[in-house]
Design a protein around this ligand. Structure first.
Ligand SMILES: Nc1ncnc2c1ncn2[C@@H]1O[C@H](COP(=O)(O)OP(=O)(O)OP(=O)(O)O)[C@@H](O)[C@H]1O
Ligand SMILES: Nc1ncnc2c1ncn2[C@@H]1O[C@H](COP(=O)(O)OP(=O)(O)OP(=O)(O)O)[C@@H](O)[C@H]1O
Ligand SMILES: [Mg+2]
Ligand SMILES: [Mg+2]
Lengths: 226, 226
């Protein structure tokens, strides 16, 4: 469902900054993959390309059979709206919308009717422990609470592909476990998950851990057991 | 050097949201204290009060012998500029300044001369592994790189009190260790450190771990040995 072929991403800044240095990756439908690597090694860049938020400098990124470089800006937005759920490393919540309204946003674009939308948003916020914070604005929430709103929003439409960029970085162990259990349920329903994390114990929830360094892949671990 | 006496912080939102529910805390000069607790338990609120960014609803916050409620907005800014270094959970970098310029900012306010300022900023950025990222703007940096700029900025004036809100949440283990080594050196020179973290192994670098839950203190652990 996701295929990267010798993908490069470079920025022209001073000299050239190479964020991805020839990355290949295949994510079959329903797979659960974690990505680990040093700060600055290209993980968020990788997710941004898969999420069609950016295009590669070279190489090919295919999502659901389509080369994202062939898509217009409109079609990329459509792909993101229907098939991809993105949890951003810096949350990126709409500052003038409440937690509930932030989670409803993808459902508005997907044209869900009002009652179903509210019910879905509230159920997800409840699931991540924010049942008593639904009317709070982002600046009235703690760091980890904002992170959880971002997670609920990413899962709102139950998207085929979930891209989670360090979803537990701002929460305690217990809250992190609840987030991982929510992702596990999503995976059990057949969704594809790509999870970037700095924490080994979080990565081990996946079936496979891909290690990156300096924009390239290093070794890959298969996580045994169920 | 820092003393909290039965501090409460409440927000009027819908009903009343209690962020801190009667917290007492004493940080002697040169102490190294970690704070752990669930997401939403009041840790960032605690740091904001100690950092004189906010005032309590009830109770007293004293920093360096002064009750911060007695200070004018100007004097609080002066206290922050001279005595407190703050690493924010969400970094709060100036978006139109480069990494180097962000780190120089406290030194500009402290009226350091230009050459010393640049030398100090570059040396700190080098120390956190950003020697080749000094000209990058925040949006041209990874999440963990922004976090490291925030740390360098907080330490720029070598402030008497360092308040670090989850300083390793966005970086890998190795980079996290480098950050902790920088904080250890700061502590060795006699600075006072208060570190909020969700990671046990990070908290254990401190001499004491204060646990909080629902805006109150729970148990406190003394970390033995060196
Ligand atoms: N401006 C505000 N208005 C209303 N409630 C607020 C406001 N700011 C914070 N809160 C609430 O106060 C509580 C404490 O927030 P705080 O940011 O101190 O938590 P925290 O311990 O730092 O959490 P985290 O580990 O997620 O960063 C949270 O439940 C939050 O929803
Ligand atoms: N717009 C840009 N211009 C120049 N360089 C950039 C830009 N965006 C990112 N970079 C660089 O690309 C590299 C990869 O960034 P990326 O955000 O993918 O790292 P990461 O693995 O997610 O790191 P972290 O774990 O710190 O979040 C970094 O070294 C960063 O400085
Ligand atoms: Mg990143
Ligand atoms: Mg916090």
């Amino acid at each position: 469902i996701v295929c990267l072929d010798d993908v490069r991403k470079e920025y022209a800044l001073g000299g050239t900054v190479t964020a991805l240095d020839g990355i290949g990756l295949s994510l079959p439908a329903g797979s659960y993959t974690a990505v680990m690597g040093p700060s600055g090694s290209g993980k968020s860049t990788l997710l941004n390309l898969i999420g069609a938020l950016d295009t590669p400098t070279a190489g090919r990124v295919s999502v659901d059979g389509t080369d994202i470089a062939d898509l217009s800006e409109n079609d990329r937005a459509k792909l993101r709206g229907t098939k991809i759920g993105f949890v951003f490393q810096t949350f990126n919540l709409m500052p003038r919308l409440s937690a509930r309204e932030n989670v409803e946003l993808p459902l508005v674009f997907a044209e869900w009717d009002t009652d179903r939308r509210t019910e879905r948003a509230e159920s997800l916020l409840d699931r991540v422990g924010l049942g008593d914070r639904m009317d709070h604005m982002p600046q009235e929430l703690s760091g980890g609470q904002r992170q959880r709103v971002a997670i609920a929003r990413a899962l709102a439409t139950d998207p085929a592909i979930v891209l989670a960029d360090e979803p537990t970085g701002n929460v305690d162990t217990e809250t992190g476990d609840e987030i991982m259990s929510l992702l596990a349920d999503t995976h059990d329903r057949g969704n594809t998950i790509l999870l970037v994390t700095h924490e080994r114990r979080i990565a081990e929830h996946a079936d496979r851990i891909v290690h990156v360094r300096d924009g390239r892949r290093e070794d890959t671990e298969t996580i045994g057991g169920d």
